[in-house]
Design a protein around this ligand. Structure first.
Ligand code: 1GP
Length: 250
């Protein structure tokens, strides 16, 4: 069976785009989560991220189980800290907060997480996590005590993505932050995609299929949305997002 990373690189090679839905583990209403995941699966969502900055481990465990029960698509951990490494997921984004200069999020949490990842036999995908300034203080910025990259400086963003590649990382995640006022600019997605060549994940503050498609057109391989669907229970829009994202590159 192909790994999650092979699934993503194959999409990039064949110029296809993927739509991943972020599930917040603090969303504790089990039936609502099941309904959202089932609707997402029926409406073309390609995979699920599970995680957040400020969540309890037991909620991550329960959330992964719920999502796995409701879908046959890949379920990927998106951890905010080492204690969010839980079993049963298909893979984990092994995130290094490369936009920041806080050693705990560059390498510290990773040391605690690594033996657990080994013991659970999880597929670890080394990922450069680049937080981009989005018009307000996000949870990631506050919790990690790091500053985001300036949104109008493409050279700085490209330099971080290139450093990720030369360090051997396999994915770049351009993140505006959950519920961001402004998503990552299309021109930044384009510049990073063209110059870094690693598959790119883009998320944070996407509230319409049009915006999501714009990130896909700019070169993101995986487009992530969470807040919009969690807050609004906007199940009808799942198909619009998925179709607009999938239409790019065809
Ligand atoms: C956050 O990129 C993800 O880490 C998704 O953001 O919840 O704003 O869609 P939203």
């Amino acid at each position: 069976m192909a790994t999650v990373y092979e699934h993503i690189t194959e999409a990039r090679r064949s110029n296809r785009r993927l739509f991943f839905l972020l599930i917040d583990p603090d969303d504790t209403e089990a039936n609502a989560v099941r309904d959202l995941v089932a609707a997402a699966t029926e409406n073309g969502v390609d995979g699920f991220l599970v995680g957040g900055s400020l969540v309890a481990r037991e909620n991550v465990v329960r959330s992964v189980q719920l999502v796995k029960e409701a879908t046959d698509r890949p379920v990927v951990l998106f951890p905010g800290a080492a204690q969010h490494v839980v079993p049963e997921a298909d893979a984990i984004l092994f995130l290094s907060l490369l936009s920041g200069r806080n050693p705990d999020y560059l390498i510290g949490q990773h040391i605690q997480a690594a033996p657990v990842i080994r013991d659970y036999n999880l597929e670890a995908i080394p990922t450069a996590y680049l937080l981009v300034e989005s018009g307000g203080m996000t949870s990631v910025e506050f919790i990690s005590a790091t500053r985001p990259l300036p949104r109008n400086n493409l050279d700085i963003a490209v330099a971080h993505a290139l450093a990720a590649r030369y360090l051997g990382m396999k994915l770049v995640y351009l993140e505006a932050g959950s519920g961001a006022r402004r998503p990552v600019p299309d021109v930044m997605v384009e510049a990073v995609s063209q110059q870094c060549l690693l598959p790119l994940i883009v998320g944070g503050g996407l509230t319409s299929a049009k915006e999501a498609a714009a990130k896909a057109k700019a070169g993101a391989t995986v487009i992530v949305a969470g807040n919009h669907f969690e807050q609004k229970r906007a199940l009808k829009e799942l198909r619009d997002f998925a179709d607009s994202i999938h239409a790019v590159g065809h």
